[in-house]
Ligand binder design. Structure first.
Ligand code: E4P
Length: 220
């Protein structure tokens, strides 16, 4: 399973790289707004810096802000020209679906974001999205089981020969990642702290402490 990191922060991207857990990056307008960028030029430079931290088969999802079809196309084309590793992130709307179809015909990669139902994932796949991003945590927040959605999309995609990959998003804790890996989807995108939380088990800490204590008791 691929581990994408859900951040626009260069330090966090470098941290994930040094842990050996970086297969790609997803950003969104809220994450971009947390960085020290205040105009379009700076945002573009920031996306390029992210792309330059990635390897050839890795990519970064950069989201359009426009909501009407023509502007989505213009903005997405500009984003895709910034760097070959850019995947244009498009929201799940009627115009978004039309834009995904347009980009798919032009061989420009897309990630359809804000997916909250199987029907939306089906439409995105039919339009030719390279990725769909179902939001697990935000569904949990409103008392729907987000992981059920992941399983259902996987079942539907397995019935056909769509090339669209499931990139589970809005990941909040380690169990989300583990359950996604059991379902067998292509990738998850999560904050770095959730990746770190996979490391933890109290018996590991207790065991390590005992090994070191036993060793030093005998060997000087
Ligand atoms: C998806 O690509 C989004 O960037 C992201 O996963 C949203 O997560 P949140 O619900 O924690 O904001």
């Amino acid at each position: 399973m691929k581990f994408f990191i859900d951040t626009a922060n260069l330090k966090e991207i470098d941290e994930a790289r040094s842990l050996g857990m970086l297969d790609g990056v997803t950003t969104n307008p809220s994450l971009i707004s947390k960085e020290s960028v205040s105009n379009q030029k700076e945002i573009q430079k920031h996306y390029i810096s992210i792309c330059e931290r990635l390897k050839n088969d890795e990519n970064v999802s950069a989201e359009v802000i426009s909501t009407n079809y023509i502007d989505m196309i213009k903005e997405g084309e500009k984003l895709s020209l910034l760097h070959p590793r850019i995947v244009v992130k498009i929201p799940m709307t009627k115009n978004g679906i039309k834009a995904i179809k347009y980009f798919s015909n032009k061989m420009i990669k897309t990630n359809c974001t804000l997916i909250f139902s199987t029907g939306q994932a089906l439409l995105a796949a039919k339009a030719g999205a390279n990725y769909v991003s179902p939001f697990v945590g935000r569904l949990d927040d409103v008392s729907y089981n987000g992981l059920n959605l992941i399983q259902e999309i996987k079942n539907v995609y397995d019935n056909y020969d769509f090339d669209t990959k499931i990139l589970a998003a809005s990941i909040r804790h380690s169990l989300h990642i583990i359950e996604c890996s059991k379902i067998g989807i292509h990738a998850v995108t999560s904050p770095i702290n959730v990746i770190y939380s996979l490391l933890n088990h109290p018996l590991t800490n207790i065991g390590l402490e005992k090994f070191i204590k036993d060793f030093h008791r005998k060997i000087k």
